[in-house]
Design a protein around this ligand. Structure first.
Ligand SMILES: Nc1ncnc2c1ncn2[C@@H]1O[C@H](COP(=O)(O)OP(=O)(O)O)[C@@H](O)[C@H]1O
Ligand SMILES: [Mg+2]
Length: 226
């Protein structure tokens, strides 16, 4: 295996399956005997638990990784309203700083064989006045996997996102077709249309899964890119 020690998970949009895929990837890596850590650097949409703001993605990632991380190291920027992160930060009187995220990432990178970093929304979501998710991935110098939520519009969104990732100069390892709709019409044809047009491989096709709580016998995801 090569020396990849982290990967950045982005998606065609919000609610496309980034967290779902990231957790499955963590569980696959755990089964392979790797030590894993996870980060959700920026989250908007959180609830108070014991007087502290907690985001569900970060909690799911922390639950799937097999090394122990403090909540704040995993998720340094956590905002209560589910609104655009730079607006949520502004409303909270904060500024999202890539340097702070990079410091936290360094800590995780030292504690685990591989660290999975989940982005927020899609590739060009603003984080502050000058940086967006793409700048964060660049700052962490991580290869990228694009999760495509299979729904109407996904062909356009995946082609635009993949082009932007490639243009950023980062390595796009591949894309994941995720079945977020139970009966998406022409699913295979949509996957084929994306496959024909993207220069990177489809790493996994994850079908719509009714019961996502039971992950005992879920199939492993593809980690051949590692
Ligand atoms: N393959 C799937 N089958 C069924 N439901 C899914 C699947 N992938 C994601 N979901 C559901 O869709 C919603 C969005 O997924 P999530 O992973 O949270 O997306 P993102 O992290 O991109 O916002 C969640 O409720 C999740 O449980
Ligand atoms: Mg998520």
């Amino acid at each position: 295996m090569s020396s990849r020690h982290g990967v950045f998970i982005t998606g065609t949009d919000t609610e496309v399956g980034k967290t779902h895929y990231s957790c499955r990837l963590l569980r696959t890596l755990n089964k392979q005997g790797k030590s894993t850590a996870a980060m959700k650097p920026v989250a908007s949409g959180a609830e108070y638990v014991d007087a502290r703001l907690r985001n569900d993605d970060a909690l799911q990632l922390l639950g799937a990784a097999n090394t122990t991380t403090d909540y704040a190291t995993c998720n340094p920027y956590c905002f209560e309203p589910a609104i655009a992160p730079h607006l949520a930060a502004r409303q909270a009187g904060q500024c999202i700083e890539l340097d702070v995220i990079a410091e936290h990432f360094l800590q995780l990178e030292q504690q685990a064989d591989i660290t999975i970093v989940e982005g927020v929304g899609g590739w060009q979501v603003p984080l502050n006045e000058s940086d967006c998710v793409a700048d964060l991935a660049l700052r962490l110098r991580l290869p990228v996997i694009l999760v495509v939520g299979l729904r109407l519009g996904c062909i356009n969104h995946s082609l635009l996102s993949a082009q932007a990732i490639i243009d950023s100069g980062l390595e796009l390892l591949g894309w994941v077709a995720n079945g977020i709709e139970k009966d998406f019409p022409m699913l295979e044809e949509n996957i084929a249309a994306i496959e024909q047009r993207l220069p990177v491989p489809c790493l996994d096709i994850l079908p719509w899964q009714q019961n996502r709580k039971n992950n005992h016998d879920e199939p492993s995801v593809n980690i051949s890119w590692l």
